[in-house]
Design a protein around this ligand. Structure first.
Ligand SMILES: Nc1ncnc2c1ncn2[C@@H]1O[C@H](COP(=O)(O)OP(=O)(O)O)[C@@H](O)[C@H]1O
Ligand SMILES: [Mg+2]
Length: 220
């Protein structure tokens, strides 16, 4: 379970203070499928990054299984980021010179897993997203929807409990977007993975168990 208690984050831009998050309280239970919607600039990515331990709040707390993550030492925090959470971004961030299989193997290198085991695990993850027949393709040889599926496979590599997807369908047409949401839904239903999806798209949000709307850094 992930719990945010009056989480705030601001940025100083010259004389202006931007309150990206302004006292956010949120509980995400294990197995939840939560959608976060809201206008551009409302604080959605800031929230996603704080939940995932990529960014730190300057006020309030993030508790993961009742542990305050700001109190974790570097090693435990990086373990949380790499093993508990899988990230999927709007812009795919794939390595262009690596095949789909090699891209999915990257997080496993950092986890110190042997080469044979990495290949096996990466292939399983690509199978889970329906790309068994595209493992040797480079990102440039894949469609946008297929690239995003590689990203989901990469996020799955370390067996995370939670997937945070920040506008995963933002660069896709609606049919491809639906496929991506279908995969997330299946991972939630069958794999019992908690899904947090940030989206502008009402048809994506409709698939979630729960939708929260954020405006000017507050849950509305
Ligand atoms: N690194 C940063 N430096 C300064 N301002 C930032 C930074 N990151 C985000 N912001 C500002 O914080 C607000 C929330 O941004 P963000 O969380 O990216 O919103 P969203 O994902 O909803 O579009 C915006 O006003 C944005 O300009
Ligand atoms: Mg954003």
């Amino acid at each position: 379970m992930i719990e945010l208690k009056s989480v705030s984050k601001s940025y100083q831009m010259g004389d202006d203070t931007i309150h990206a998050l302004d006292g956010v309280d949120l509980v995400v239970k294990d197995g939840d499928f939560l959608a976060i919607t809201g206008p551009s600039g409302s604080g959605k990515s800031t929230l996603a990054n704080i939940i995932g331990g990529l960014d730190e709040p300057d006020g309030g707390k993030v508790l993961v299984n009742e542990q305050d993550i700001s109190k974790l030492d570097d090693k435990t925090l990086s373990n949380y980021r790499n093993h508990e959470i899988g990230f999927v971004f709007q812009t795919f961030n794939l390595q262009p010179t690596y095949t789909a299989l090699e891209n999915v193997m990257i997080p496993l290198i950092f986890a110190g897993i042997s080469s044979a085991e990495r290949k096996k695990r990466a292939a399983e993850c690509l199978k889970a997203v329906g790309l068994a027949d595209r493992m040797a393709h480079l990102p440039s040889q894949l469609s946008g929807g297929q690239r995003q599926r590689v990203c989901i496979a990469r996020a799955l590599a370390n067996n995370p409990k939670v997937i945070i997807a920040d506008e995963p369908t933002g660069n896709l047409d609606s049919k491809k977007g639906e496929e991506i949401v279908g995969i997330l839904k299946e991972l939630n239903r069958q794999g019992k993975i908690t899904i947090i999806v940030i989206t502008h798209d009402p048809s994506v949000a409709r698939q979630a168990h729960r939708v929260i709307n954020i405006k000017d850094g507050r849950i509305s």
